[in-house]
Design a protein around this ligand. Structure first.
Ligand SMILES: NC(=O)c1ccc[n+]([C@@H]2O[C@H](COP(=O)([O-])OP(=O)(O)OC[C@H]3O[C@@H](n4cnc5c(N)ncnc54)[C@H](O)[C@@H]3O)[C@@H](O)[C@H]2O)c1
Length: 357
């Protein structure tokens, strides 16, 4: 069963939980707006369902409310930041603001951010840069649990390491390619498991390394492992995320046995570039336009209505959910209310805020 909530009231309910867990008003609002936006865009796996985990992480001391990025190095075009285990929604926002200021001045900035708590939907950060007319490229690693096996291996060795490339497009909304390098997000396997459904082959292996359609191997111990998308190709991208987002940022790589901690740390290498300063702006506009027109003349394949660009499905979902409300399943809502109680916010308060008009 799912209930639907309007964006504004849902944000205020989530904001109250984050504030009760110790965040100041600005941070509580940023976290709530970021998570509800992920739901609005259709990425429920990175939306308000993260709240119980964030609250546990705060209570365990693995997530520090009200932290700000610490500048470790700043040459203008090179920027190294320590996220100080702060909320990714605050750290990511402030880190991207710092990078964007430098791109406005110098034309580009490579920003290495280590040790941030969960950065959520990586497209959120790319969209801040693309709104300024900048290209934004992100490699991210995850320090939480090893869930994905290397190509040719049977044991999980890294997380769902996302990457994102956003490009402003002439005369239309940007291209925003943003995904996990695992063949499917772990949250989607949990949903399939809860519904008693199987998943297609190519997403998972069991504890012996054999292909399986049973999502339990990603959800309950003993775990098998998830697979990267596109066999050796996705595996290579996941490695790039670990090396660039984890090792190069100084945030750290995953090389541990199983952890019981609830915190999720992300490292992110971001490359941000002003299209206008590269000397190719006119060619870019012309060639991008010609290419997009040509691409869209591709006839739809059976089962498709048209060819879309990355970023479009999220914008379509946003329009639908802004109109119809954000569906939240009963289990997720119950877990959020229990999280609120852990930080002494009555569930009745969360409920009434979420249902306000
Ligand atoms: N912070 C973290 O630790 C972490 C880890 C993993 C994933 N994530 C985030 O989770 C989110 C979901 O990841 P995912 O792997 O489930 O995403 P996904 O498989 O839904 O793929 C999303 C991408 O594919 C594009 N896309 C989808 N359908 C399309 C179509 N028909 N035509 C063209 N493009 C299309 C979307 O626009 C988007 O860019 C992402 O925002 C990612 O950043 C975060």
């Amino acid at each position: 069963m799912a209930r639907t909530f309007r964006q504004g009231p849902l944000e205020r309910a989530i904001e109250a939980v984050v504030a009760a867990a110790g965040s100041d008003a600005i941070e509580a609002r940023r976290v709530a707006q970021n998570l509800v936006l992920a739901n609005l865009l259709g990425h429920d796996s990175h939306g308000i369902g993260m709240i119980p985990r964030y609250v546990d992480a705060v209570l365990e001391g693995g997530l520090a409310p009200n932290a700000h990025p610490k500048i470790m190095l700043d040459t203008g075009t090179l920027l190294t930041l320590d996220g100080c285990k702060g909320y990714g929604q605050s750290i990511g926002h402030e880190a991207m603001q710092l990078a964007i200021e430098r791109v406005k001045k110098h034309g580009s900035c490579i920003m290495a951010l280590g040790n941030s708590h969960h950065l959520g939907r990586i497209g959120h950060w790319a969209e801040m840069a693309v709104a300024e007319g900048f290209v934004s490229i992100h490699f991210v690693n995850v320090i939480s649990h090893a869930r994905v096996a290397p190509y040719g291996g049977r044991d999980a060795r890294f997380g769902t390491n996302p990457c994102c490339i956003a490009v402003p497009l002439p005369g239309e909304a940007p291209f925003v390619l943003d995904y996990a390098t695992s063949a499917v997000a772990q949250g989607k396997l949990r949903v399939a498991h809860n519904k008693g459904e199987t998943v297609p082959f190519g997403r998972l292996i069991d504890t012996d390394g054999n292909p399986t359609q049973d999502p339990r191997y990603a959800v309950i111990p003993p775990f098998g492992a998830m697979l990267a998308f596109g066999e050796h190709k996705g595996y290579g991208m996941a490695m790039a995320c670990e090396l660039l987002g984890g090792a190069l940022t100084g945030g750290g790589t995953w090389h541990y046995d199983e952890s019981s901690q609830q915190r999720v740390l992300n490292g992110m290498l971001a490359i941000v570039l002003d299209v206008k300063k590269l000397g190719t702006a006119q060619a870019f506009e012309r060639e991008a336009r010609l290419f997009l027109d040509w691409l869209r003349k591709a006839r739809p394949a059976p089962g498709f209505d048209r060819v879309r660009l990355a970023g479009e499905p999220e914008r379509e979902m946003r329009a639908a959910r802004s109109r119809d409300g954000v569906p939240v399943d009963d289990t997720t809502w119950e877990e959020i209310q229990r999280a609120a109680e852990k930080v002494k916010l009555p569930r009745s308060r969360v409920e009434s805020l979420a249902l306000e008009r």
